[in-house]
Design a protein around this ligand. Sequence first.
Ligand code: SF4
Length: 397
Amino acid sequence: GMCAGVCPTGSITPKFETEKVWNALNDKKKTVAVQIAPAIRVAIGEMFGLEPGEVSTGRLVAAMKLLGFDQVYDTSFAADLTVLEESTEFIDRKTKGEKLPLFTSCCPAWVKFAEQFYPDLLGNLSSCRSPQQMFGSVARKTLPEQLNVKNEDLYLVSIMPCTAKKFEAQRDEFKTDGHRDVDVVLTTQELGMMIKEAGIDFSGLTPESLDMPMGFKTGAGVIFGVTGGVSEAVLRFAAEKLTGKKVAETDYNQVRGNEDIRETEIEIGDIKLKLAVVHGLKNARKVAEMIRAGECDYDFVEVMSCPGGCIAGAGQPFSKDYNYKQKRQNGLYVSDKGLQLHKSQDNPYLQSCYADALGGEPGSHTAHELLHTKYKTRRRIESDHIEIGSEDEAKIS
Ligand code: SF4
C-alpha cells in the first residue's frame, strides 16, 4: 500500500492494525469490546458471497464472538446519542438565531476538510463528537464498572467504513489522560480479512445478538450510514421537541435520495427549517462557498464526504454490482423498519445512560465534557489534494 514500511505520514498499514487486534484478542488480561458502524452490516456479507444490502448484523456478531471479542456493541447506539446532543444544539442555535447553518460533524474527512479550507466556518460546525468517539468516551466511562475491568485492560476496537475514522481516533481531543479512547479502528475489509484468516464460514453462521446496553439502538441510529440519514434522524427528534407532541410520522422522504445537493424546507409548528443534504467533498465545497458568500440561508447542512454516505466508504468491500450503493442504502432503511423504535429520544437505554453517566439531560455540563469537542484551523493546502491524517497537522495552529 501507500504506507508500506516506514510511514512518513504516520498512518499505519492494515496488516499492523489487524495484528494489534489479534494480539489484544490473544491477551488474557484484556477485555476486548468492539463497536460496529451502521454501514458495515449491509456490506461485509459481500466478501462472503452475500448480496449488497443484505443485513447481516447477527452473523457479524457470531463471527466476532468466534474471533474472541468479548462484547459486541453497535455504533448506532452512539448515533442515537449524537442525535440528542446535536439536535439540542441545533434547536438552541435556531432559537437564538446564532451560528447558522449548523454543519454536521460526524464525518471526520469533512471536519478535516473544513479545518483546512474553511477555518472561517468552523464556528458553524456542530461541536458534537462523532458517534464513534461518543461511543469511545461513554464506553470508557461506563464499561469498567459494568464489566468489572480496569480501564487499562479494556481494549476498544471500532469497525468503520473508512480510514478517515482511523485518523479521527488518533486526534488528541479524543484521548483521556494521554490514552486513546478508541484503541484501534479496522475497516470493513480488514475485519473481513480477519474472518477469512480464521477460516469462518460467514454466510453459514447462526446469527447472534448484540450485547446490551450499548448494542441497543433505534432506527434513527441505523440510517446514519446513508446520505440524508443524519438529517432525517434530527428531524424525527426536532418534530417532537419543537411541538411538544408525539409525532407518528417517521419518514422524511424529502431528505432521501442521491442528488448532489438536496435542499428542503420543512415546517414544524410555526418554525420553518431549511435544510441541505450534501455528499461528496466537491459538493461540500460548493455549498461552503455559497455560505461564505452569504448566498444561502440554510439552518442545517448535513455533509458526508463519500458520495452515497458511509455505505460507500473507501474501507468497504469493493463491489462489482452496478447498483451496490442503492442496495446498501435500502438495506439500512429496511433495517430501520425492522426495529420497533425509530426516534433516538425513545431509546430507553440512552435515557438511563444520561441519568447514570451523562449529567441527566442532553446539553448538560457532563455531556459537553464527554461528548463534544473543539476544532482547530489547519494550514490551507493550496491544491485539490486532501491529505487526510497528515502528521504535520498537529503543529499547525
Ligand atoms: Fe468515512 Fe465517508 Fe462516512 Fe465520511 S462519509 S465517515 S469519509 S465513510
